[in-house]
Design a protein around this ligand. Structure first.
Ligand SMILES: [Zn+2]
Length: 200
């Protein structure tokens, strides 16, 4: 954390944190085509410069969302491929409302465009994009999510977002030498937490 800049807007501080306790939160995951309810412990840090506290979340946990990243990606993939036949069947399988599905879908389409840029977004189908996440190594997905966060300033698929100031191009460089599991399972993701500072 010595090199990690404070995530609060306009705070120039880097690496000056003190422990601010922790809290537990629930996380709805999706592994082996089943919904799993987990409780995770989230550490908090206080910036010594501006006094704001930040939650240390793994990059694959979507801030403010009860659903894990892979829950959402699997949901969207199943929606696009009509895996469960009807929207109602899909929502029953994932135990969500139809309005939640469409809210997630809107957020995904917006953020996909931000991640890829307008030109590439236009030629990359949602199916291919989601397939890329579902089939890639956990750490490769993590790198892409980190690159998105650093360029955009919020997490991929994060709701309640009012600030979208930085829109730099994203060029993640996947490292095939570092690999763990695949993107379809939350198990690998939950065991490979990489700490990233978000507002919390
Ligand atoms: Zn600060």
């Amino acid at each position: 954390m010595d090199q990690c800049p404070c995530a609060y807007p306009d705070c120039p501080s880097t690496g000056r944190y003190t422990s601010a306790g922790s809290y537990t939160r629930s996380l709805i995951c999706y592994s082996d085509e089943k919904i799993e309810n987990h409780t995770i412990c989230v550490k908090r840090l206080e910036c010594s410069s501006c006094g704001h506290t930040h939650a240390l979340l793994p990059s694959v946990v979507i801030p403010y969302s009860p659903f894990s990243f892979h829950f959402v990606i699997s949901l969207l993939y199943d929606y696009i491929t009509h895996k469960h036949g009807t929207v109602m069947s899909l929502c029953l399988h994932y135990d969500i409302s139809v309005s939640t599905l469409y809210r997630i879908r809107r957020r995904f389409l917006d953020d996909k465009k931000l991640m890829l840029g307008i030109m590439e977004d236009a030629i990359t189908s949602a199916n291919a994009f989601l397939c890329g996440f579902l089939s890639c190594r956990v750490q490769e997905a993590d790198q892409r999510l980190m690159a998105y966060f650093q360029a955009v300033g919020t997490s991929f698929l994060q709701g309640r977002c009012t600030l979208r100031l930085k829109r730099n191009p994203i060029n993640p460089v996947p490292d095939p030498a570092t690999s763990l599991g695949n993107g379809r399972s939350d198990a690998g993701v939950l065991s490979s937490f990489q700490e990233v500072i978000y507002h919390g």
